[in-house]
Ligand binder design. Structure first.
Ligand code: C2E
Ligand code: CA
Ligand code: CA
Length: 763
């Protein structure tokens, strides 16, 4: 190749020299017309020189390019980790990379020609023919054996391809080899690994079967749960995967909120559960069609290959354990009458959900419901019917929860509901309307001809309170501030909050009211239905607020009860009533009985009897002139203490009235069990009596039973002569109400008593 170029160059230089000589010769021996010849020759010479220069440069370029390609190929070969060699079909050159050098045990300094080296790798001893080379290039997975220096035999598979052909027609070939020993080793490793894998998988499944557990798995971003065969059998399913809505349908309605919270937590916070084990206990409808308790112990991890998050764990039927715990749980968290969760459970659940809202940025509705006129049903139809109503209500409530939610009976006839906020601001109203509709049909079937309705108040969590307790309190507040109409529904608003603020301001002011003598006792007469004579006076407290308003006890007594201020108020009432009675007695007015109202806290005070005695002694008033009004709810708190305390007061000669009879869990048995001297029928009896024969019947029974126990009966809230007449006919002895006189100041009362005496004297 190099010789060829030099020859061309020599010929060209020779030719140029010859032409130059001819030009010079013609110039010195020029004759006419020779100049043209000279010029022509000069141009010819210039063209030849230029041609030679250009040809030379092109040659240089191509040479450079070829060298570059060659360099690249060499570099590539040398950097391959597999055994490889670069060679050409003229056997002028061969390059072995390090891997092949090592395998063949050849050394760089060994002076072997390509003609000797290349055939050796393809199991040949002589020079390779064109036929051999073609075969080598076309071979696919063909094995070639070679003996390395030192005698080791290697089986190889070569992959040879022609990478370059230069202009001389020399083809460069790149052969990359694979040592079959390596491949075989890899194959056997893979086999062992596969065997091991399937063995461990089999063992794993076997363990799972023996342990009697189900497996549940959910991957991040995948809307399906994967379930093991065992779990399929447990739930009566036929597929290895189940969608979230499908599994949700199997979950007991009361547990749906817990499930939703879990799913949501996993969706947004799965990675927080890596390495942590947690448990979720749910009732799930199983293959036998019954709800079973399951414990799902789960933790999150990532797939080793993809890094994708997955959460999974074992599902175990814990119905047995649950049954054992059930009695404990029942006492603590289940309402005995309805069997649904009680207030304790609601508080626990509510608190948990409240905590979730801050993390998950979701919200819930908290609805509180009250059965309208429940006390009437209870009173007129009895306890059993009342309980049946509560159970019916609970039933209606639980049916509402199929879409998720949590329901509980929180007190007497109050129920609460927690619903997930779906973004529909009307959801609580819709759900309440549904409950109300369901109650109407229930009423027809279950409680003869009585129509049942409920009122509700609701609030949003966490927006409407800084704790679950607050949100619930606000929902209850909304319920109590709603219109008094049956079936009223009201939402908690911040304006209501202002009312609460007003309450707390009032509480501060109430402290001062006591020391500033702003409290005053009014008196309302109690009269005999038979004779019309005054038989007693009820002391009813009023607050003469510095603003000039008279605040009624209905507003400030509940505030005082919450803040323990009630003790001081009752003390004031006790002493002031005794003082006033003594004043009237000293004035010569006839002896009469004053009744004072007690809150439950007052009644349970250790030294209450001593205090009363002290008030009586201070003003020298006979105990027979004092009556204490207690509500029946008080008796429900601690029946033994109640009875003991009542006997103590009775022994001291003090009278005891059962106030507001018929508003709560009224039971005629209280009249029989508890040492009351008088029963006060609640105003609701009086208002209902004229159009409800059942109520009339109750009044009759109460009066009759009371009389057999030497207990008097008084009706409160008597406003009309007609009511008075009906009560008298039913056997009620006394009455109190606007018909006879409103609560009045001491001064007005004094006048009232004097007027009555005058009237009587006239007759
Ligand atoms: P209560 O003991 O049931 O008192 C009867 C309430 O009915 C009184 O309301 C009275 O004014 C009202 N009333 C009487 N006759 C009629 C009538 O014909 N029609 C109507 N619509 N209402 C009538 P008041 O004075 O506002 O007291 C409300 C409640 O506050 C009382 O209910 C009692 O529970 C409580 N209270 C009043 N004074 C005291 C007190 O000194 N200590 C305690 N602990 N509670 C008190
Ligand atoms: Ca009273
Ligand atoms: Ca009352």
């Amino acid at each position: 190749m190099k010789y060829k170029k030099q020859l061309i160059a020599a010929v060209l230089i020779g030719f140029s020299l010859l032409t130059g000589y001819l030009i010079l010769y013609a110039f010195f021996h020029r004759e006419k017309g020779d100049l043209i010849f000279i010029i022509f020759n000069s141009y010819a010479l210039l063209a030849i020189v230029l041609g030679v220069v250009m040809a030379y440069r092109r040659e240089r370029n191509e040479q450079y390019k070829k060298e570059l390609t060659h360099k690249r190929l060499t570099y590539l070969t040398q950097n391959l980790t597999a055994p490889a060699m670069l060679w050409n079909d003229s056997f002028t050159e061969v390059i072995l990379n390090d891997a092949l050098m090592e395998l063949s045990n050849l050394h760089k300094h060994e002076d072997l020609s390509a003609q000797e080296i290349v055939p050796m790798f393809f199991g040949k001893k002589e020079k390779l023919t064109d036929e051999d080379i073609r075969e080598i290039v076309n071979a696919k997975n063909q094995e070639y054996s070679f003996t390395a220096r030192g005698g080791v035999l290697h089986d190889m598979i070569w992959n040879t391809s022609a990478v370059e052909t230069d202009e001389d027609g020399v083809t460069w070939l790149l052969s990359i080899g694979m040592d079959l020993a390596d491949i075989r080793q890899m194959e056997s490793k893979l086999k062992i690994y596969t065997n091991r894998l399937s063995a461990s998988e089999g063992r794993h499944n076997l363990i799972m079967e023996l342990m009697d557990v189900g497996l549940l798995l959910i991957e991040q971003g995948n809307p399906q749960f994967f379930i093991s065969e065992k779990l399929q059998r447990m739930f009566g399913l036929r597929s290895i995967s189940i969608t979230i809505p499908e599994i949700r349908k199997l979950i007991y309605p009361l547990d749906a909120v817990a499930f939703d919270t879990h799913v949501q937590t996993m969706r947004s916070h799965m990675k927080h559960f890596i390495g942590k084990t947690d448990t979720l206990e749910l009732r799930i409808c199983s293959a036998d069609g019954q709800y079973h308790w399951y414990s799902y112990r789960y933790r999150a991890t990532t797939y080793r290959d993809s890094g994708r998050l997955v959460v999974g764990g074992t599902v175990i039927d814990i119905s047995g354990e649950k049954q054992r715990d059930a009695t404990m749980e029942k006492i603590a968290y289940e309402d005995t009458v309805t069997g649904i969760p009680n207030r304790n459970k609601l508080m626990r659940m509510g608190k948990e959900l409240y905590e979730c809202t801050t993390e998950l940025h979701n919200s819930y509705w908290v609805i509180v419901m009250d059965i309208d006129r429940f006390h009437l049903i209870n009173d007129t139809c009895g306890y059993t019917a009342g309980n049946a109503v509560l159970r019916s209500f609970a039933d209606v409530l639980v049916k509402q929860l199929t879409q998720g939610g949590f329901g509980a009976r929180i007190s007497g006839d109050n129920f609460a509901l927690i619903l997930r906020d779906t973004g529909d601001e009307m959801l609580p109203e819709k759900v309440i309307a549904k409950i109300q509709r369901a109650l109407l049909t229930k009423a027809v079937s279950d409680i003869s001809n009585r129509s049942l309705s409920c009122s509700a108040g609701y609030a949003k969590m966490p927006a409407d309170g800084d704790s679950f307790e607050h949100v619930l309190e606000h929902a209850e507040f909304a319920l109590s501030s709603g219109s008094k109409a049956l079936g009223s529904v009201s939402r908690y608003t911040s304006a209501m909050h202002d009312e609460i603020i007003y309450d707390s301001n009032l509480e501060t002011q109430l402290h001062e009211a006591l020391s500033h003598n702003e409290l005053e006792l009014y008196y309302q007469p109690k009269v005999s239905l038979e004779t019309g004579d005054i038989v007693g006076l009820e002391a009813l407290i009023r607050w003469n607020h510095p603003s000039g308003k008279i605040i009624s006890p209905g507003i400030f007594i509940p505030i005082a009860e919450r803040s323990q201020l009630i003790t001081q108020i009752t003390r004031f009432v006790m002493y002031d009533a005794c003082r006033q009675m003594k004043v009237w007695q000293t004035m010569g007015l006839p002896d009469t009985v004053v009744s004072i109202n007690f809150s439950s806290t007052d009644f349970y005070q250790e030294n209450i009897c001593a205090q009363i005695q002290d008030a009586l002694n201070k003003y020298g008033l006979a105990p027979s002139c004092l009556e204490i009004e207690l509500t029946e709810s008080l008796a429900l708190m601690d029946i033994d203490t109640t009875i003991a305390r009542m006997h103590e007061l009775r022994k001291a000669g003090i009278k005891l009235a059962m106030d507001d009879f018929g508003t709560g869990y009224s039971s005629l048995s209280y009249i029989e069990q508890l040492p009351f001297t008088i029963v006060k029928l609640d105003r609701s009896f009086v208002t209902e009596m004229h159009n409800n024969p059942v109520v009339q019947e109750i009044v009759h029974s109460v009066a009759r039973i009371a009389r057999t126990k030497q207990i008097n009966t008084i009706a409160e809230g008597v406003e009309t002569q007609e009511q008075a007449e009906m009560l008298r006919a039913a056997g009620c002895e006394y009455a109190q109400g606007y018909l006879y006189g409103r609560p009045m100041t001491a001064k007005a009362t004094e006048q009232y008593i004097r007027d009555c005496l005058k009237k009587k004297a006239k007759h």
